[in-house]
Write a protein that binds this ligand. Structure first.
Ligand code: ADP
Ligand code: MG
Length: 301
């Protein structure tokens, strides 16, 4: 097969591993920077061009669209879909997963366990919002944050109020969430491919830190999931419409709750922690799925 990875950086661990895995399985693979793609939009024959050449003959793409380039990146993915090229994650699903509020709403309507979460635009009724989320202690998050930056634990109602007002004063969108204390600074990253969790790790925050992000000094080890955790992760990915997803769960007193669903989950942490060849499993999945006509949306909305 001829596969393209849409990635800004061929040196990234995840990109390198997928190139290696694809070559190892006898495929032709090319890393394409989505920001350097340019396109023509016409009703009969949409095209994509790259460094002076037209991109033709691809059977499948693997989008690795970073949060900062979601807008243009998903347009490139959509163009491939319009050309009936199979994308392991479709553009609509990627856009969906990038919007935290939309994601939580979609998961909630299908009955997935979530921390009690509130959000508001105005700070006029902050007190009431805090009460609705169950009162302090509360976690307050910037909607646009990553790597644990912009995730704050407010121990008291007063602290929560101040943090919310400060963030809103900066015109940042936030959400307010029940603090899952019993998770004890750990979360579970479930790597889902298709209908399976192919690898899972437990990330534990460093001493005294409630955030388990590896970027905040957390460490990762292989996790043994319960059947309930497995099925929650698989269902969450499916609801988002993602074939490849990193589903982050917290172990709460009321069962597994989903924190977020990532459409471009990194391979380095999970492969290192679990010693599994996740890259090869992604390529295997493409081998089974990538056929003409398999693009569900064909670039639709
Ligand atoms: P980011 O997108 O920046 O990684 P997260 O929502 O994943 O933000 O939060 C970062 C970390 O903070 C999580 O991995 C988890 O360990 C901790 N955390 C987040 N929300 C909660 C919560 N509601 N209860 C307990 N811990 C939480
Ligand atoms: Mg996170």
């Amino acid at each position: 097969m001829k596969i393209a990875i849409l990635s800004r950086n061929p040196e990234l661990y995840s990109t390198r591993r997928m190139v290696e895995a694809a070559k190892g399985r006898g495929h032709e693979i090319r890393v394409i920077d989505p920001l350097l793609c340019y396109m023509t939009i016409a009703s009969q024959r949409p095209t994509i061009h790259y460094k002076g050449d037209e991109l033709v003959g691809f059977d499948a793409i693997i989008p690795r669209i970073g949060a900062s380039i979601t807008f243009y990146g998903t347009a490139v993915v959509r163009q491939f879909e319009m050309m009936d090229v199979y994308s392991i994650n479709e553009s609509v699903a990627i856009s969906r997963s990038r919007d935290k509020l939309r994601s939580l709403q979609l998961l909630a309507r299908k009955g997935i366990g979530l921390p009690v979460t509130g959000f508001a635009h105005s700070t006029k009724y902050t007190n009431d919002l805090i009460n609705l989320a169950g009162g302090a202690p509360l976690v307050i998050k910037l909607l646009e944050g990553t790597q644990g930056i912009g995730v704050v634990l407010a121990e008291t109602g007063k602290a929560a109020e101040s943090v919310i007002e400060a963030f809103r004063g900066l015109k940042e969108n936030i959400l307010v969430q029940e603090f899952i204390k019993e998770a004890q600074g750990a979360d579970l990253r479930c790597f889902v491919i298709g209908e399976k969790v192919v690898a899972a790790m437990k990330r534990q925050g460093k001493e005294g830190e409630f955030r388990s992000n590896l970027h905040r000094g957390g460490n990762a080890s292989v996790a043994r999931l319960t059947p309930g955790e497995r099925s929650t992760a698989v269902r969450a990915a499916k609801i988002m419409g993602l074939n490849v997803a990193g589903v982050d769960l917290l172990r709460s007193n009321h069962g597994p709750v989903v924190m977020e669903v990532n459409s471009s989950p990194g391979l380095e942490g999970i492969e290192t922690a679990t010693s599994k060849d996740v890259a090869a499993q992604i390529i295997e999945f493409i081998e089974k799925q990538a056929k003409p006509g398999r693009t569900r949306t064909r670039g639709k909305g």
